[in-house]
Design a protein around this ligand. Sequence first.
Ligand SMILES: NC(=O)c1ccc[n+]([C@@H]2O[C@H](COP(=O)([O-])OP(=O)(O)OC[C@H]3O[C@@H](n4cnc5c(N)ncnc54)[C@H](O)[C@@H]3O)[C@@H](O)[C@H]2O)c1
Ligand SMILES: O=C(O)C(=O)C[C@]1(C(=O)O)C=C[C@@H](O)C=C1
Length: 362
Amino acid sequence: MIKIAIFGVGLIGGSIALCYKGKPGYTVVGHSPNPKSVEKLLKRNVVDMATTSMQEAVEGADYIFLCVPVGMLEDYLLQLSKLPLKPGCVITDVGSTKASVTECASKLALEGVYFIGGHPMAGSERHGVEAASSHLFENAFYVLTPALGTPQEVVDRLTDLLKITKAQIVQVEAKEHDDIVGAISHLPHIIAVALVNQVRGYNESNPLYQNLAAGGFRDITRIASSEPTIWRDILLNNRDVLLRLLRDWNVEIDRFVDLLNNNDGDGIADQFRIAGEFRGQLPERRKGMITSLYDIYVDIPDHPGIIGQITTLLGNQRINLSNIQIIESREDVPGVLRLSFRNQEDADRAAELLKINYTVRI
Ligand SMILES: NC(=O)c1ccc[n+]([C@@H]2O[C@H](COP(=O)([O-])OP(=O)(O)OC[C@H]3O[C@@H](n4cnc5c(N)ncnc54)[C@H](O)[C@@H]3O)[C@@H](O)[C@H]2O)c1
Ligand SMILES: O=C(O)C(=O)C[C@]1(C(=O)O)C=C[C@@H](O)C=C1
C-alpha cells in the first residue's frame, strides 16, 4: 500500500487527494491543525484518514504533499525535517513559487528522504476543499523543480505517481520557473485586481460602471476573486521578479499612452495584431478542468427551464456534458451558455443538435 500524506487539504491539496483516494494500492491521509477541518475532510470523503498530528500523518508515508500557502511551506519543511520519516520518502509541494522552498530544502540537507518542488499549472479563483476536483489537473502542465543531485530514480518515482493526475509533467529550474510563472500567472493577478479596483473607484460615484461591465471585463478579471491570503504570500515571495515585471508592464502601458497621444491608429492596430498572433499560438487544449477542453457557446433567451431543455436534448442523444456555465444572464438580456465536452466529437454533435433551435458559436 502506498501512503500519501497531504498537508493543507484545500483546493489543490483536496484535488491531489481525490486523484488517489479510492484507487487500489493507495491510502490518503489528510492533515490539518484544526480538528473541525479534520472532521470535514472525513465527512466529505476526500481522504481515507485525517489527523491533527503531523507525526501520525507522516508515519510510514511514501509521499508527502505540502499544499499549504506559500508563506507556510518553509515552516512545514522544517517541522518535517525533525520528524522520523520513512526512508526514501519523497516530500513535494504545490506552491506557486519554487525558488525559496527549493533552496530551503537544500539547506536542510534532509537525510534518507528527498524533496522535489512541484507546481501544478491548474487551479481556479475558488479555494477550500469544497472546490477540489479529481479532474483539476487533467491535461495541465505540472512543473517539477528537482535540485541538482536529486537521484533520477527519485524524480522518476514522483513523476510516475503524478501521472495518475493526468497532468503533463515537465522539469524546469526553480528560478526560471519563478521568472516565467511571475509573468504568466502572478503579474496577471496583479493586473486583474488593479483593474477591478480602478473601476470600483469610478463605480462609487456612478453604479452604471458595475451594471454595464460585460464579457470583456469579466474575462480579464475572473482571477481578481482569488483567495487574498494565498495571493499575498505568492506575490511577496516572488517580490523581486514582480517588481521587474511591473517596470516592464509600465513600459507596455506607456506605449499605449504614446499611441493615443499621437492618434496612431496603425500603431494601436499593430499591438492588437501582434498580441492576437501570439495568443493564437497558446496551447488551447492544455487546460485544467475549470477552463474546459472542448467548448461551444449557445445564446439563450432568459426564461425559466431553458437550461433543463438544453441538457435534456443533449442527454436524449447521449452526448456527455463535462461542464456547463452561464456566462451572462440578466433580466431581459439574452444569456450565453458555455457547454464543455470531453472530446471534439461530442462538441460537434451538440452544436449540430442545438443549432436547430438556438444560435450556437464554436
Ligand atoms: N489556487 C490555485 O489556482 C493554485 C494553483 C496551483 C498551486 N497553488 C498553490 O497551492 C497551495 C494551496 O493553495 P489553494 O489554492 O489550494 O488554497 P486553499 O485555501 O484552497 O487551501 C489551502 C489549505 O491550507 C490550509 N492552511 C491555510 N493556512 C494554514 C496554516 N497557517 N497552517 C496550516 N494550514 C493552513 C487551509 O486550511 C487549506 O486546507 C498554495 O501554495 C498555492 O500557491 C494554488
Ligand atoms: O485559473 C486560475 O484561476 C488560476 O489562477 C490558476 C493559476 C494561474 O494563474 O494560471 C493560478 C495559480 C497557480 O499557481 C497556477 C495556476
